[in-house]
Design a protein around this ligand. Structure first.
Ligand code: EPU
Length: 294
Protein backbone atom coordinates (compact mmCIF):
# COMPACT_ATOMS: atom_id res chain seq x y z
CA UNK A 1 0.00 0.00 0.00
CA UNK A 2 2.68 2.43 1.10
CA UNK A 3 5.01 1.28 -1.71
CA UNK A 4 2.21 1.50 -4.23
CA UNK A 5 1.73 5.13 -3.31
CA UNK A 6 5.46 5.86 -3.63
CA UNK A 7 5.50 4.43 -7.14
CA UNK A 8 3.04 7.12 -8.22
CA UNK A 9 5.32 10.03 -7.23
CA UNK A 10 6.87 11.82 -10.23
CA UNK A 11 10.67 11.56 -10.66
CA UNK A 12 10.71 8.48 -8.43
CA UNK A 13 11.60 4.98 -9.59
CA UNK A 14 10.68 2.15 -7.27
CA UNK A 15 12.49 -1.18 -7.04
CA UNK A 16 10.20 -3.32 -4.92
CA UNK A 17 11.60 -6.33 -3.11
CA UNK A 18 14.40 -6.25 -5.65
CA UNK A 19 17.98 -7.43 -5.59
CA UNK A 20 20.14 -4.69 -4.07
CA UNK A 21 23.39 -6.32 -5.14
CA UNK A 22 24.31 -3.62 -7.65
CA UNK A 23 23.66 -0.83 -5.15
CA UNK A 24 26.61 -1.70 -2.91
CA UNK A 25 30.26 -2.00 -3.85
CA UNK A 26 30.61 -5.18 -1.77
CA UNK A 27 27.99 -6.86 -3.98
CA UNK A 28 26.58 -9.20 -1.36
CA UNK A 29 23.29 -10.96 -2.06
CA UNK A 30 20.42 -9.11 -0.44
CA UNK A 31 16.99 -7.87 -1.48
CA UNK A 32 14.84 -5.00 -0.30
CA UNK A 33 12.96 -1.89 -1.37
CA UNK A 34 14.83 0.96 -3.02
CA UNK A 35 13.79 4.16 -4.72
CA UNK A 36 15.77 6.30 -7.12
CA UNK A 37 14.90 9.99 -6.95
CA UNK A 38 15.92 12.46 -9.62
CA UNK A 39 14.74 15.85 -8.34
CA UNK A 40 14.87 17.74 -5.05
CA UNK A 41 11.17 18.42 -5.29
CA UNK A 42 10.46 14.69 -5.44
CA UNK A 43 12.90 14.01 -2.62
CA UNK A 44 11.08 16.52 -0.40
CA UNK A 45 7.77 14.82 -1.09
CA UNK A 46 9.17 11.36 -0.46
CA UNK A 47 10.87 12.32 2.80
CA UNK A 48 7.75 14.06 4.10
CA UNK A 49 5.68 11.03 3.12
CA UNK A 50 8.04 8.53 4.75
CA UNK A 51 8.26 10.66 7.89
CA UNK A 52 4.48 10.91 8.11
CA UNK A 53 4.22 7.13 7.77
CA UNK A 54 7.11 6.56 10.20
CA UNK A 55 9.11 4.55 7.69
CA UNK A 56 12.87 4.28 8.22
CA UNK A 57 15.04 5.23 5.25
CA UNK A 58 18.71 5.09 4.38
CA UNK A 59 20.63 6.94 1.68
CA UNK A 60 22.89 4.58 -0.24
CA UNK A 61 25.11 7.08 -2.04
CA UNK A 62 27.49 5.06 -4.20
CA UNK A 63 27.11 2.02 -1.99
CA UNK A 64 30.62 1.99 -0.57
CA UNK A 65 31.32 1.81 3.15
CA UNK A 66 28.06 0.09 3.94
CA UNK A 67 26.64 -3.38 4.25
CA UNK A 68 22.93 -4.10 4.36
CA UNK A 69 22.29 -6.70 7.05
CA UNK A 70 18.59 -6.32 7.81
CA UNK A 71 16.57 -4.85 4.96
CA UNK A 72 13.16 -5.39 6.49
CA UNK A 73 11.17 -2.26 7.35
CA UNK A 74 13.56 0.13 5.64
CA UNK A 75 13.53 1.96 2.33
CA UNK A 76 16.82 2.58 0.57
CA UNK A 77 17.12 5.82 -1.34
CA UNK A 78 19.46 6.59 -4.20
CA UNK A 79 19.73 10.17 -5.40
CA UNK A 80 20.31 10.74 -9.13
CA UNK A 81 20.26 14.51 -9.47
CA UNK A 82 21.41 16.07 -12.72
CA UNK A 83 24.57 18.12 -13.01
CA UNK A 84 25.30 20.14 -16.11
CA UNK A 85 29.06 20.51 -16.73
CA UNK A 86 28.41 23.51 -18.93
CA UNK A 87 27.16 25.42 -15.92
CA UNK A 88 30.30 24.93 -13.84
CA UNK A 89 31.20 28.24 -12.23
CA UNK A 90 34.57 28.44 -10.49
CA UNK A 91 33.29 31.33 -8.37
CA UNK A 92 30.37 29.29 -7.11
CA UNK A 93 31.24 25.60 -6.95
CA UNK A 94 27.83 24.26 -5.97
CA UNK A 95 27.10 20.58 -6.65
CA UNK A 96 24.20 18.21 -6.10
CA UNK A 97 24.76 15.61 -3.37
CA UNK A 98 24.63 12.76 -5.86
CA UNK A 99 27.62 13.85 -7.94
CA UNK A 100 30.48 11.36 -7.58
CA UNK A 101 33.91 12.20 -6.17
CA UNK A 102 35.28 10.63 -9.31
CA UNK A 103 33.52 13.27 -11.37
CA UNK A 104 34.76 16.02 -9.02
CA UNK A 105 38.31 14.69 -9.37
CA UNK A 106 38.02 15.06 -13.15
CA UNK A 107 36.87 18.66 -12.65
CA UNK A 108 39.81 19.25 -10.26
CA UNK A 109 42.27 17.97 -12.87
CA UNK A 110 40.72 20.02 -15.64
CA UNK A 111 40.66 23.29 -13.69
CA UNK A 112 43.71 22.64 -11.45
CA UNK A 113 41.77 22.93 -8.20
CA UNK A 114 44.36 22.40 -5.52
CA UNK A 115 42.97 20.94 -2.31
CA UNK A 116 40.65 18.53 -4.10
CA UNK A 117 43.33 15.85 -4.12
CA UNK A 118 42.21 14.91 -0.58
CA UNK A 119 39.31 12.83 -1.90
CA UNK A 120 41.08 11.20 -4.82
CA UNK A 121 39.92 7.66 -5.49
CA UNK A 122 37.25 7.46 -2.80
CA UNK A 123 34.17 5.67 -4.19
CA UNK A 124 31.50 8.01 -2.86
CA UNK A 125 28.87 10.56 -3.75
CA UNK A 126 29.48 14.09 -2.50
CA UNK A 127 26.65 13.82 0.05
CA UNK A 128 27.98 10.55 1.44
CA UNK A 129 31.53 11.87 1.51
CA UNK A 130 30.49 14.95 3.49
CA UNK A 131 28.41 12.94 5.96
CA UNK A 132 31.38 10.59 6.51
CA UNK A 133 34.02 13.34 6.30
CA UNK A 134 35.73 11.07 3.80
CA UNK A 135 39.45 11.37 3.51
CA UNK A 136 42.75 9.84 2.56
CA UNK A 137 46.24 10.26 3.89
CA UNK A 138 46.28 13.56 1.95
CA UNK A 139 43.53 15.07 4.12
CA UNK A 140 39.78 15.17 4.70
CA UNK A 141 36.95 16.67 2.69
CA UNK A 142 35.90 18.90 5.60
CA UNK A 143 38.40 21.61 4.67
CA UNK A 144 36.76 22.12 1.28
CA UNK A 145 33.15 22.31 2.39
CA UNK A 146 31.82 25.87 2.49
CA UNK A 147 28.07 25.30 2.74
CA UNK A 148 25.74 22.32 2.90
CA UNK A 149 22.03 22.24 2.08
CA UNK A 150 20.25 19.76 4.28
CA UNK A 151 16.71 18.51 3.85
CA UNK A 152 15.09 18.03 7.25
CA UNK A 153 12.47 15.39 7.99
CA UNK A 154 9.71 18.00 7.86
CA UNK A 155 10.50 18.78 4.22
CA UNK A 156 12.33 22.06 4.87
CA UNK A 157 15.79 22.69 3.33
CA UNK A 158 18.30 24.36 5.66
CA UNK A 159 21.46 26.06 4.42
CA UNK A 160 24.35 25.38 6.81
CA UNK A 161 27.40 27.63 6.66
CA UNK A 162 30.98 26.71 7.40
CA UNK A 163 30.68 27.74 11.05
CA UNK A 164 27.72 25.35 11.52
CA UNK A 165 29.58 22.38 10.05
CA UNK A 166 31.25 20.35 12.77
CA UNK A 167 33.23 17.39 11.48
CA UNK A 168 34.97 14.55 13.26
CA UNK A 169 37.17 11.72 11.96
CA UNK A 170 34.93 9.81 9.50
CA UNK A 171 31.79 11.56 10.67
CA UNK A 172 30.05 14.78 11.66
CA UNK A 173 27.99 16.21 14.46
CA UNK A 174 25.77 18.56 12.47
CA UNK A 175 23.43 16.05 10.81
CA UNK A 176 20.44 14.73 12.73
CA UNK A 177 18.81 11.37 12.21
CA UNK A 178 16.78 11.48 8.99
CA UNK A 179 18.58 14.51 7.51
CA UNK A 180 19.49 14.29 3.83
CA UNK A 181 22.28 16.34 2.26
CA UNK A 182 20.97 17.66 -1.06
CA UNK A 183 23.89 19.76 -2.23
CA UNK A 184 27.03 21.57 -1.15
CA UNK A 185 29.28 24.45 -2.06
CA UNK A 186 32.98 23.63 -2.17
CA UNK A 187 36.12 25.74 -2.09
CA UNK A 188 39.70 25.09 -3.17
CA UNK A 189 42.99 26.40 -1.85
CA UNK A 190 44.52 27.68 -5.10
CA UNK A 191 44.68 27.13 -8.84
CA UNK A 192 47.79 25.05 -9.28
CA UNK A 193 48.74 22.64 -12.07
CA UNK A 194 50.66 20.56 -9.52
CA UNK A 195 47.38 19.10 -8.33
CA UNK A 196 47.26 16.85 -11.41
CA UNK A 197 50.50 15.20 -10.36
CA UNK A 198 49.33 14.88 -6.76
CA UNK A 199 46.13 13.14 -7.89
CA UNK A 200 47.90 10.79 -10.30
CA UNK A 201 50.60 9.87 -7.77
CA UNK A 202 47.99 9.21 -5.13
CA UNK A 203 45.89 7.02 -7.48
CA UNK A 204 49.01 5.07 -8.26
CA UNK A 205 49.76 4.61 -4.53
CA UNK A 206 46.21 3.51 -3.91
CA UNK A 207 46.14 1.01 -6.76
CA UNK A 208 49.26 -0.62 -5.33
CA UNK A 209 48.14 -0.67 -1.70
CA UNK A 210 44.40 -1.47 -1.93
CA UNK A 211 42.50 -4.37 -3.54
CA UNK A 212 40.66 -2.12 -5.99
CA UNK A 213 39.60 -4.86 -8.39
CA UNK A 214 37.73 -6.89 -5.81
CA UNK A 215 34.24 -6.63 -4.35
CA UNK A 216 34.80 -4.77 -1.09
CA UNK A 217 33.34 -1.91 0.91
CA UNK A 218 36.44 0.15 1.62
CA UNK A 219 38.05 0.12 5.04
CA UNK A 220 36.13 -1.88 7.61
CA UNK A 221 37.47 -0.30 10.80
CA UNK A 222 38.45 3.23 11.74
CA UNK A 223 42.11 3.68 12.51
CA UNK A 224 42.31 3.67 16.35
CA UNK A 225 44.64 6.67 16.03
CA UNK A 226 46.48 8.36 13.15
CA UNK A 227 49.74 6.55 13.89
CA UNK A 228 47.99 3.22 14.42
CA UNK A 229 46.32 2.05 11.19
CA UNK A 230 43.79 -0.77 11.64
CA UNK A 231 45.11 -2.45 8.48
CA UNK A 232 48.61 -2.60 9.88
CA UNK A 233 47.35 -4.06 13.17
CA UNK A 234 45.42 -6.80 11.33
CA UNK A 235 48.46 -7.43 9.15
CA UNK A 236 50.81 -7.76 12.11
CA UNK A 237 48.44 -10.22 13.79
CA UNK A 238 48.90 -12.43 10.73
CA UNK A 239 45.22 -12.26 9.76
CA UNK A 240 45.63 -11.31 6.09
CA UNK A 241 44.23 -14.06 3.86
CA UNK A 242 41.91 -15.37 6.60
CA UNK A 243 38.70 -16.68 5.03
CA UNK A 244 35.12 -17.21 6.16
CA UNK A 245 32.21 -18.30 3.94
CA UNK A 246 33.10 -16.50 0.72
CA UNK A 247 34.86 -13.65 2.50
CA UNK A 248 38.57 -13.00 2.81
CA UNK A 249 40.74 -10.45 4.58
CA UNK A 250 42.62 -8.93 1.68
CA UNK A 251 46.21 -10.01 1.13
CA UNK A 252 46.96 -6.51 -0.12
CA UNK A 253 45.50 -4.46 2.76
CA UNK A 254 44.44 -5.81 6.15
CA UNK A 255 41.53 -3.38 6.61
CA UNK A 256 39.68 -4.65 3.52
CA UNK A 257 37.45 -7.69 3.26
CA UNK A 258 36.80 -9.14 -0.18
CA UNK A 259 33.62 -10.90 -1.20
CA UNK A 260 35.16 -13.55 -3.44
CA UNK A 261 32.36 -16.11 -3.52
CA UNK A 262 28.76 -14.91 -3.16
CA UNK A 263 29.07 -14.02 0.49
CA UNK A 264 26.03 -13.28 2.61
CA UNK A 265 25.68 -10.14 4.70
CA UNK A 266 24.95 -12.16 7.86
CA UNK A 267 28.26 -14.01 7.42
CA UNK A 268 30.03 -10.70 6.93
CA UNK A 269 28.61 -9.59 10.27
CA UNK A 270 29.90 -12.71 12.05
CA UNK A 271 33.31 -12.38 10.39
CA UNK A 272 33.90 -8.76 11.38
CA UNK A 273 32.78 -9.49 14.95
CA UNK A 274 35.32 -12.32 15.07
CA UNK A 275 38.13 -10.05 13.81
CA UNK A 276 37.15 -7.42 16.37
CA UNK A 277 37.29 -10.02 19.14
CA UNK A 278 40.72 -11.32 18.09
CA UNK A 279 42.14 -7.78 18.12
CA UNK A 280 40.56 -7.06 21.52
CA UNK A 281 41.77 -10.33 23.06
CA UNK A 282 45.31 -10.12 21.69
CA UNK A 283 46.01 -6.39 21.97
CA UNK A 284 43.25 -4.93 24.14
CA UNK A 285 42.30 -2.55 21.27
CA UNK A 286 38.59 -1.92 20.71
CA UNK A 287 38.11 -1.46 16.95
CA UNK A 288 35.27 0.80 15.83
CA UNK A 289 33.46 0.25 12.56
CA UNK A 290 34.04 2.63 9.71
CA UNK A 291 31.66 0.62 7.55
CA UNK A 292 27.99 1.24 8.29
CA UNK A 293 26.06 -1.90 9.12
CA UNK A 294 22.46 -1.23 8.18
N1 EPU B 1 49.79 -1.18 6.40
C1 EPU B 1 50.37 -2.40 6.64
N2 EPU B 1 49.66 -3.52 6.31
C2 EPU B 1 48.42 -3.47 5.75
C3 EPU B 1 47.84 -2.22 5.50
C4 EPU B 1 48.55 -1.07 5.83
O1 EPU B 1 51.48 -2.48 7.17
O2 EPU B 1 47.85 -4.54 5.49
C5 EPU B 1 50.58 0.04 6.69
C6 EPU B 1 51.00 0.75 5.41
O3 EPU B 1 52.18 0.23 4.91
C7 EPU B 1 51.14 2.18 5.86
C8 EPU B 1 50.08 2.31 6.97
O4 EPU B 1 49.76 0.98 7.38
O5 EPU B 1 52.39 2.39 6.44
C9 EPU B 1 48.83 3.05 6.51
O6 EPU B 1 48.28 2.36 5.39
P1 EPU B 1 47.51 3.14 4.23
O7 EPU B 1 48.37 4.20 3.64
O8 EPU B 1 46.94 2.13 3.30
O9 EPU B 1 46.37 3.93 4.97
P2 EPU B 1 45.27 3.45 6.00
O10 EPU B 1 45.41 4.29 7.22
O11 EPU B 1 45.25 1.98 6.18
C10 EPU B 1 43.57 5.26 5.20
C11 EPU B 1 42.09 5.32 5.01
C12 EPU B 1 41.71 4.78 3.63
C13 EPU B 1 42.47 5.54 2.57
C14 EPU B 1 43.98 5.32 2.87
C15 EPU B 1 44.94 5.88 1.87
C16 EPU B 1 41.04 4.89 7.20
C17 EPU B 1 40.36 3.87 8.04
N3 EPU B 1 41.44 4.47 6.00
O12 EPU B 1 43.94 3.87 5.25
O13 EPU B 1 40.34 5.00 3.45
O14 EPU B 1 42.12 5.09 1.28
O15 EPU B 1 44.24 5.91 4.14
O16 EPU B 1 44.97 7.26 1.89
O17 EPU B 1 41.17 6.05 7.61
C18 EPU B 1 38.15 4.14 3.60
O18 EPU B 1 37.92 5.14 4.27
O19 EPU B 1 37.29 3.29 3.32
C19 EPU B 1 39.51 3.93 3.16
C20 EPU B 1 39.88 2.86 2.55
Amino acid sequence: MMLEKLSTFPDVKLFENASLVRFTTMRMQVSGNLIEISTIKALKEVISFLTLNQVRYHLVGLGANQVFINTKDIIFIKLCFDFDDEKLDLNHLYFPASITLNKLTKIAKKHFLEGWEVFTGIPASLGGAIAMNAGTRLGEIKDLVEEVDVLKKNGEVRNLKKEDLKFIYRGNSFLEEGDVIVGAKLSYSSINEEVVKKIDNYLDYRSKTQPLNTKNCGCIFKNPSPGLPAGKIIDELGLKGKEYKGLRISLIHGNFIENFDNAKASDFYDFVQEIKKIVKDKLGIEFEFEVKLI
